[in-house]
Ligand binder design. Structure first.
Ligand code: ADP
Ligand code: MN
Ligand code: MN
Ligand code: MN
Ligand code: MN
Length: 359
């Protein structure tokens, strides 16, 4: 990168990262803030983390993250999952947390709580989810990384799964993120360059129930954190550049014990009928500004109308051709925008397919 916008010097950092920690463990607590972002802070533990019980509840100043008023600002962090830390290595961990208020209620941005209640009540269906996270890399000034200053690259065509100079941007960041995810134990299932230059995708899954949301949020944290070292910004905006440039989605692949069994196509069709009845409810939680992406063009469907079809990338839900041939498997909900919350997406899918649960 030509500009002097990289403010961290990771080469110098290396020798300090290798210093022994004298038996101490660093736990980086990660949570979701009030503006669809992630925040984190760390603390020293006296011993290695062997189970969630070794990670105590903690708190932060919610008035500084848009999550609480100044006169009652303590928000509590409750650890729900932890992963090996690919930055600090050793026994150090990254800790995914839920946010809770002092009155014993989940924080307004804690969408995990309701989703976990739904997942738990429907354990017998063995929900699996695999999400395709699209995102765009921006330079320090907020313009897509590698695009001409004050201008546009050549029209879309050569970039999707592109190889070669001018066809692909920031492969270094994508590779670094992939390895960081694998090290952390995230079930990242692949990655590809997208249709718009500087836009990429990674997939997480299949993961069971609530685990998908935990892993996807941690993978987002890792992406922001890795890109920081390269001086790039990540945006999950559904339509980062207006006009003839593809938007970014979060295709959600779904299966249950019933859809995966022989003859599972019947269960998939039953799910389609239920999804069709709740189009507006789903769109309400499928990401902000999704209207600007779901124009019916650029491999999207209509915002208002539910449709489904085999191998059809212009419908709300696509049944992969192989699934139709096998008569069982999974379906792909193509509606969610890249900035949607995976807890809300997977939660409402379970609710629509299996019914409401009192939480
Ligand atoms: P696309 O062809 O739409 O680009 P991808 O290969 O990017 O598909 O992603 C497919 C996703 O589907 C992966 O995240 C994978 O984990 C997920 N997946 C595969 N099988 C299942 C299944 N049975 N249930 C849920 N998700 C699945
Ligand atoms: Mn302080
Ligand atoms: Mn994909
Ligand atoms: Mn894609
Ligand atoms: Mn897809």
């Amino acid at each position: 990168m030509a500009e002097s916008t990289i403010i961290s010097n990771t080469a110098n950092l290396q020798k300090y990262l290798q210093l022994p920690q004298k038996g101490k463990t660093i736990a980086e607590y990660v949570w979701i803030d009030g503006s669809n972002g992630v925040r984190s802070k760390c603390k020293t533990l006296d011993k290695k983390v062997e189970s969630l019980d070794d990670l105590s509840e903690w708190n932060f100043d919610g008035s500084s993250t848009g999550q609480a008023p100044g006169n009652n600002s303590d928000v509590y962090l409750r650890p729900v999952a932890y992963y090996p830390d690919p930055f600090r290595l050793g026994d150090n961990v990254l800790v995914m947390c839920e946010t809770w208020m002092s009155d014993g209620k989940p924080n307004a941005y804690n969408f995990r709580h309701d989703a976990a209640v739904l997942m738990d009540a429907n354990k017998k269906h063995e929900f699996w989810f695999g999400l395709e996270q699209e995102y765009t890399l921006l330079d320090f000034h907020g313009w897509p990384y590698g695009w001409p200053k004050n201008g546009f690259p050549a029209p879309q065509g050569p970039y999707y799964c592109g190889v070669g100079t001018g066809k692909v941007f920031c492969r270094d960041i994508v590779e670094a993120h992939y390895k960081a995810c694998l090290y952390a134990g995230i079930q990242i299932s692949g990655t590809n360059a997208e249709v718009m230059p500087a836009q990429w995708e990674f997939q997480v899954g299949p993961c069971q129930g609530i685990d998908l949301g935990d892993q996807l949020w941690m993978a987002r944290f890792l992406l922001h954190r890795v890109a920081e070292e390269f001086g790039a910004k990540i945006t999950f905006a559904p339509k980062p550049i207006p006009g003839d440039w593809n938007g970014a989605g979060l295709h959600t692949n779904v299966s249950t014990k019933e859809t995966r069994e022989d003859g599972g196509m019947k269960a998939i069709e039953a799910a389609m009928e239920k999804l069709a009845e709740r189009q507006a409810d789903h769109m309400a939680v499928y990401g902000e500004d999704n209207q600007s992406r779901m124009t019916g063009a650029h491999e999207t469907s209509s915002f208002d109308k539910f449709t489904w079809g085999v191998a059809n990338r212009g419908s709300s839900v696509r049944i992969p051709r192989q699934v139709a041939a096998d008569g069982k498997g999974y379906f792909e909900d193509r509606r969610p925008a890249s900035n949607a919350d995976p807890y809300q997406i997977t939660g409402i899918i379970v609710e629509t397919m299996c019914g409401k649960v009192e939480g």
